[in-house]
Design a protein around this ligand. Structure first.
Ligand code: CA
Length: 243
């Protein structure tokens, strides 16, 4: 198992901090929440995080002061910093970036936007730790360890089917034409008949066993992977999280 990326959340509003932490936990990150600069510094000294979410307006030292300190020190200077700001004032953003933040996000923000920004700064600064795992319903795929599991049991999936499944899971609930799948999974320089896709989808369904119903044929359009149908019945309240 790969280690989950550690995210230090420096945010003095408990409700926002908690919401961020819950969402991070559900999406493959290991968050630690602190409410002010002094606690943030203690945490950074103890365990170096993989990314820091830093609120701009904090009691005591401001986010900008902290960012500037961390950028100056050898140990912390490459840790990605994503600034959280309540204000959409242009000068704040500029100051945040000047202080050494990699990016900023303006409150209120959506979970999806936050996750996308975190992944983007991690990819830029530390591509090796971006967690390339994806979960749809009870089906999980980890590209790092090359494992596919359904309800915790490992499934045997061939290399082409693995790539196909990875793409479908990352873009779940959308219909993909055979042409798109050929482009995205096989690469657009390869000349293969579209029927080939059908062959691999058939193999994929065989590999998925009980979860085979998650790969749907959409008549006249293509294929879709859905959290529904994993038991032949709609999954109740199953969250979908795609990387
Ligand atoms: Ca604040």
């Amino acid at each position: 198992m790969r280690k989950l990326p550690r995210v230090l959340v420096v945010e003095d509003e408990p409700s926002i901090a908690e919401l961020i932490a819950v969402n991070l936990r559900h999406n493959g990150f290991a968050p630690t929440v602190v409410f002010d600069g002094a606690a943030a510094q203690r945490e950074v000294d103890a365990v170096l995080p993989d990314v820091i979410l830093l609120d701009w307006m904090l009691p005591g030292e401001s986010g900008a002061v902290l960012a500037r300190q961390w950028r100056k020190h050898e140990r912390t200077k490459t840790v990605p910093i994503l600034m959280l700001t309540a204000r959409s004032d242009e000068s704040d953003k500029v100051q945040g970036l000047d202080a050494g933040a990699d990016d900023y996000i303006t409150k209120p923000f959506s979970t999806q936007e936050l996750l996308a920004r975190i992944r983007a700064v991690l990819r830029r600064r530390a591509p090796e730790i971006v967690n390339d795992s994806v979960q749809v319903g009870e089906l999980a795929l980890d590209a790092g360890t090359y494992r596919v599991t359904f309800r915790g049991s490992e499934l045997k999936v061939g290399p082409t089917e693995f790539k196909l499944l990875h793409y479908l899971m990352k873009h779940a609930e959308r219909v993909h034409t055979r042409g798109t799948l050929l482009d995205k999974v096989w690469g657009d320089h390869v000349f293969i008949e579209e029927r080939t896709v059908d062959v691999h989808v058939k193999r994929l369904r065989e590999s998925l066993g009980e979860a085979s119903g998650m790969v749907e044929t959409v008549r006249g359009a293509g294929y879709r992977l859905t959290a529904m149908n994993q038991t032949g019945k709609p999954a109740q309240g199953t969250p979908i999280s795609a990387a």
